[in-house]
Design a protein around this ligand. Structure first.
Ligand code: ADP
Length: 382
């Protein structure tokens, strides 16, 4: 019979410590262990090499102070928002992407995973494993650049298709038969959808590469909502859906934010509400204030979002089975885009939904856009 390998119980205490040390040192990614106060107790060679500090410079130091974490805009991340703090507070493993400032002042993008070390139900420290993701970031940037270029190139031929279809429909090249007109309307509808898809893709690449430009201006939210209702009136009339606006404050709701981005957000939510509501339903936009923030909700009396899908609706390309079954058109990109846009304005989105009864999406926005609090870069979806 083959001899069984030695188990820990056959090792002396010194041997066990040496073995634990060897395991820690051999981790292929950077690894840093801290005590329960966040003081560094151990670092492995990969961490030393990546951060550019010596082991002596790190061990014994308070981790959040020694290794500064920053956003992609080089703004230091507050202690409370650092994964190590969240891991201590929640007792759970936390995974995030951020930038670490090296000893020489250079920032490197890192993927961080921190787990609390629990002994006897008490956190006695944490272990953080992180790796340099510069290469993945570069590939991501190239992918975004490609999508952006391809989308721009698609716009030119698309605009010719639209222009000539309109000219044919309007009789510039001779009178069309009713059947020909019907086909032309289908072509125009399809080119409009393609145009919207191109805009969505362009917006997503901008968000993912952190290139979204926010131009804050004082605006009245109820006016923006009103414009959206007018633009979507045909879509709503097609299904005999009434779209109502509730904005009780007589002085209106003024916020300082980006008009086009806000309009894109409301348009996406209202068009979803119309699209996913059966004929004769109702969609209601409600504007209010919530503390120092503005709140907008969009409710519908539609098919709702099944419980299983609640965690997934904001992920890229996700569409719930109840709407796919009904063969409604969609890409699953709208809400992913809305969430990214809102984060860029400093806002937040959530929803409640009961299948078969309806859905309400809520979002809040700061009354004044704060350029010093840019959004974190989204993970990129699945
Ligand atoms: P799309 O509408 O193009 O499919 P979205 O990202 O806008 O993509 O929405 C993702 C999914 O979330 C939809 O496919 C649908 O399953 C669900 N959803 C969004 N809004 C609603 C709504 N108002 N009512 C029911 N389901 C919704």
């Amino acid at each position: 019979m083959p001899k069984r390998p030695a188990t820990q119980s056959t090792l002396t205490l010194d041997e066990q410590i040496a073995q634990a040390e060897a395991v820690f040192t051999s981790i292929g990614d950077a690894a840093i262990a801290t005590d329960q106060f966040g003081k560094i107790t151990r670092v492995n060679p990969v961490a030393v090499e990546l951060l550019g500090f010596t082991e002596e410079e790190l061990v014994g130091e308070w981790y959040p102070r020694k290794v500064v974490a920053v956003t992609e805009h080089n703004i230091p991340i507050n202690l409370i928002d650092r994964p190590i703090t969240k891991a201590f507070l929640t007792g759970k493993s936390i995974a995030e992407k951020m930038y670490y400032r090296k000893h020489d002042g250079e920032n490197i993008p890192v993927s961080v995973n921190v787990s609390p070390i629990i002994m006897g139900a008490k956190p006695v420290g944490a272990i953080e494993v992180f790796r340099d993701i510069s290469f993945e970031e570069e590939v991501d940037r190239m992918k975004s650049e490609f999508i952006s270029l391809a989308s721009h190139q698609l716009r030119t031929p698309l605009s010719s298709i639209k222009t000539y279809s309109h000219m044919l429909l309007d009789g510039y090249m001779g009178e069309m038969t009713p059947a020909q007109k019907k086909s032309l309307r289908t072509i125009i509808g399809a080119s409009n959808r393609m145009n919207e898809l191109i805009s969505t893709l362009l917006n997503i690449t901008r968000i993912e590469s952190g290139r979204i430009a926010v131009t804050p201006k004082n605006l009245r939210v109820e006016r923006v909502a009103d414009e959206v209702i007018k633009e979507l009136a045909l879509l709503a009339a097609d299904r005999n859906i009434s779209v109502d606006l509730i904005a009780k404050n007589k002085q209106g709701y003024t916020v300082k934010t980006d008009t086009l981005i806000l309009k894109e957000i409301i348009t996406n939510l209202v068009s979803n509400a119309i699209k996913y509501t059966p004929v004769d339903g109702t969609v209601t936009i409600h504007i209010s204030t919530r503390g120092d923030k503005l709140q907008v909700s969009v409710s519908d009396t539609g098919w709702g979002i099944p419980q299983y899908a609640h965690d997934q609706v904001f992920t890229k390309f996700f569409r719930a089975s109840n709407v796919v079954k009904r063969e409604t058109a969609g890409t699953g990109l709208g809400l992913y885009l809305v969430k990214g846009l809102l984060e860029n304005l400093g806002g937040r989105i959530w929803f409640t939904s009961i299948e078969g009864k309806g859905t309400t999406f809520y979002f809040t926005l700061p009354k004044r856009f704060n350029p010093d609090r840019p959004a974190p870069k989204p993970a990129g979806g699945p």
